[in-house]
Design a protein around this ligand. Structure first.
Ligand code: TYC
Length: 107
């Protein structure tokens, strides 16, 4: 036992477990496109390519899924990125006078 342990006793019998840091992954958000009757299919494909980096076959598949099922996931992002995508897509659609709606949902 070390000389310095005399005052408080030594702790060689103490079981110490490392505190595990309580880290959580940040929540992710789905960015969804909603169907409507007026936005041209080609415009939706362009949105998926330009804002969501999809290749043309993938963009076409997602657009058709939204068209037939009512909505579909364009991508999954952190909150800030999802918010920015939604804003960009909605203002771009309005600028081109299309009613396309983009929204986010917690995963
Ligand atoms: N339903 C539209 C049409 O028939 C196409 C469309 C697809 C619109 C997906 C919006 O998110 C959308 N022209």
């Amino acid at each position: 036992m070390a000389e310095s342990d005399h005052q408080y006793g030594d702790h060689r019998d103490l079981a110490v477990e490392e505190d595990r840091p309580q880290l959580k992954h940040p929540p992710m958000y789905k960015v969804v496109l909603l169907n409507d009757d007026y936005t041209p299919m080609e415009f939706v494909v362009h949105i998926l390519e330009f804002f969501f980096n999809k290749d043309r076959p993938t963009a076409t598949r997602i657009m058709l899924a939204v068209h037939t099922e009512g909505k579909g996931v364009a991508g999954v992002y952190s909150r800030d990125v999802a918010e920015t995508k939604v804003q960009q897509v909605n203002s771009y659609s309005r600028k081109h006078q299309h009613p396309l709606m983009c929204a986010m949902e917690a995963e």
